[in-house]
Every structure is written in structure tokens, then in C-alpha cells.
Design a protein around this ligand. Structure first.
Ligand code: BTX
Length: 329
């Protein structure tokens, strides 16, 4: 049943014009009554289907519910998402892509889920990934780079997400070092980069992107409600998740290709453009002491650059920065 439905959608999608009930019944090896029943089920799923006498059926509009098919439909990319897998519910899309990487799946393979029940953040933290409310996606990358450059891909991804938000809304996204996307000081998105590498060569990267899209305030866990938000909460509008995913993938592909071609400079400039508190004074605590400095940008190895009052520039890898406002640390 499930797979006949999927094949039916495939057939309808691949046909520019109308496709007749007879053709469908032959292709799927089911009766015309069965075709008709499936059509009714599709309509219940939110597909709008036009039925024209003597011509047949045609999909007029898609449901907001996403699927591998509808995601690929209209995704005019060269390599990203050429293999795209969508699941209703998974533990974590990261684990699935790790397995796919080991099986030899190509650069650009994408896995997306409506819901994750064991979504992961960095350092074994949890990532809340409720059903149908956000983008929970992992991308397999096989960059021709040494492992020291892996942080650049994370920084690049942050710029892609910020650009997408800026392009699709009037919101003013910012990137909090190293790679949280904030809107109005609240985290709407996080990135998790996991890598398999040899000494001088990255074997593969599993790039995890989590983005809160259509959660209402009540959908956010109370423990993080003061520091997290969603695009809908901040923009006041419901977002089309499917289109948002496509927009991220398209922008990602162009930005990544440029980066491989031309290097990190452009990414760095963009990151600094969106950088949270760049140009501002913050308090920094390291193991040894606590001091004030002005954040001035990033290094090509991903470190944060902070300038002390007497002029010395420090490179920070993991310091505690007191970000101030919004209670966000
Ligand atoms: P992170 O370690 O920067 O953020 C995790 C922290 O953020 C948590 O400890 C919690 O305080 C807060 N948090 C948890 N869930 C959310 C949320 N939905 N919105 C805002 N804040 C939250 C960031 O890690 C990396 C997240 C990557 C998630 C993607 S989703 C697809 C892929 N699969 C997977 O399991 N992880 C990645």
C-alpha cells in the first residue's frame, strides 16, 4: 500500500501534463478503482489533484507535509540532495548518515527527518527535534581537504543559514561563535559537525543542521525557552519547511563550491558580517583569568579573535564568553 502510493506520486510527478487512469493502473499493476482510491487518499494527505476527463490526473499543489519526492521536486542543484532520504521519525539523522558514509554513499547525500527522538547537540548534549516543527537534517560531505580545515565548513554552514533567514524574511540573524544562529538573541539553529579523518585527509563529514522553524513558544522545552526560539516565533509567520530546506540546500551548494574553488576569505567576511557582538566589548573567562576585550572576528582555523584594551589580539578556542543580553551563555 505504502509503496504503491509512493510509486503513484512518482508517476504523477514525473509527468509534465496529465496521466490517465489507464496508464496508472497499468504501470502500478492495480485496477482503475484502486487508482481512484489511492487518489482520494492522496487528497486526504493534502495533495491537490486535478482530474480531467479523457486526459487524466495531474498534481496541482503539494501538501506541506514533506517527503523525499516533494523535496527533490524543484530542487535544481548539481550535487547536493541528488540522493535524498526522508524519514518520519529517527533517533538521529547523524547516525544514519554515518552508516551511509561507510556504505559509500556519495558527497551531497542528504537525510531529513520530521522528528528525532535522540537528536544530538555538541558534546553529547540533547537537541530537541519535535515532529514537523523544524528542519532536522544531515548532509554527507567528502571535501578534498585536510582535517584542520573542517571547522571552516561549520563556519560556512552558519553563514548559509544566516543568509537564508535574511533572504526569506525581514529578520536579522546573527551567528554566535562558533556556530549558533540567533535571532533577537535567541538560538533558532545549531550545527553539529562530525568527522572521520586520516592524518592529512578528511574521509567524510556528517554535517548536522537543526533549525527551529514552526514551533510556538509552548513547543519549546521550558528549560531552554528563555534562550531558544523559532523562525515562526520571531517572524510572526508560518514557514514552509519544504521550501526552506530547498533554499538552504541551494545556498549551501553555491557557497561550498565557491569555498572549495576560492578559499575561506569570502566565508570569513560573511561570517564576520553576521557575527554576534563582533565589534563589541565582552567579558571573557579563561582557565587563568577574566578580562574584557573587543571581539574583532575569526581566524581561518575557526578561533575567535578578541582584542585586549592594550592592543594585544588573543585567539580563543574555548573560553567562556559572557554574551550578556537575553540570558544566553
Ligand atoms: P549545541 O550543543 O550547540 O546545542 C545544544 C544545546 O542547545 C542544548 O544543551 C540545549 O541547551 C539547547 N537546545 C536543545 N535543543 C534545542 C533547540 N531545538 N533549539 C534551541 N536550543 C536547543 C547544536 O548543539 C547542534 C545541534 C545539531 C542538531 C542537528 S539536527 C540534525 C542532526 N541530527 C542530530 O542528532 N543532530 C543534528
Amino acid at each position: 500500500m505504502e509503496s504503491t502510493r509512493k510509486q503513484l506520486i512518482d508517476l504523477l510527478e514525473n509527468e509534465q501534463g496529465h496521466i490517465s487512469g489507464q496508464q496508472l493502473s497499468e504501470a502500478l499493476n492495480i485496477s482503475r478503482t484502486a487508482v481512484w482510491k489511492h487518489m482520494n487518499e492522496l487528497k486526504k494527505d493534502g495533495y491537490e489533484i486535478e482530474a480531467v476527463r479523457r486526459k487524466g490526473y495531474k498534481i496541482v499543489s503539494y501538501p506541506d507535509k514533506i517527503s523525499g519526492n516533494t523535496l527533490q521536486w524543484g530542487l535544481d542543484t548539481a550535487w547536493i540532495g541528488q540522493q535524498l532520504y526522508h524519514y518520519d521519525q529517527v533517533e538521529s539523522t547523524q547516525d544514519i548518515v554515518h552508516q551511509m558514509a561507510k556504505q559509500g554513499k556519495p558527497h551531497g547525500t542528504v537525510v531529513i527527518a520530521d522528528e528525532q527522538v535522540k537528536g544530538k547537540g555538541r558534546m553529547a548534549r540533547e537537541w530537541h527535534s519535535p515532529q514537523g516543527k523544524g528542519i532536522w537534517m544531515s548532509i554527507l560531505l567528502r571535501p578534498p581537504l585536510p582535517p584542520v580545515q573542517a571547522p571552516q565548513i561549520t563556519l560556512l554552514t552558519a553563514t548559509v543559514l544566516a543568509e537564508m533567514v535574511a533572504a526569506e524574511s525581514t529578520l536579522d540573524p546573527q551567528i554566535k561563535w562558533p556556530n549558533d544562529i540567533l535571532v533577537n538573541h535567541k538560538k533558532v539553529s545549531g550545527i553539529l559537525t562530525e568527522m572521520q579523518a586520516e592524518q592529512d585527509r578528511i574521509q567524510y563529514i556528517v554535517l548536522g543542521i537543526g533549525m527551529n522553524v514552526n514551533q510556538d513558544a509552548v513547543d519549546l522545552p521550558p528549560a531552554i525557552a528563555h534562550k531558544a526560539s523559532s523562525l515562526k516565533e520571531e517572524s510572526g509567520m508560518e514557514w514552509n519547511i519544504q521550501r526552506t530546506i530547498q533554499s538552504i540546500l541551494r545556498t549551501f551548494e553555491t557557497t561550498y563550491d565557491q569555498f572549495i574553488d576560492k578559499g575561506f576569505e569570502q566565508v570569513k567576511a560573511k561570517w564576520e558580517h553576521y557575527g554576534y557582538r563582533i565589534g563589541e566589548r565582552v567579558t571573557i573567562s579563561t582557565m587563568r583569568d577574566t578580562w574584557e576585550a573587543t571581539l574583532i572576528g575569526i581566524e581561518s582555523d575557526g578561533a575567535l579573535r578578541a582584542k585586549r584594551d592594550y592592543g594585544k589580539v588573543e585567539k580563543l578556542y574555548s573560553a567562556e564568553i559572557h554574551w550578556g543580553e537575553g540570558g544566553y551563555d
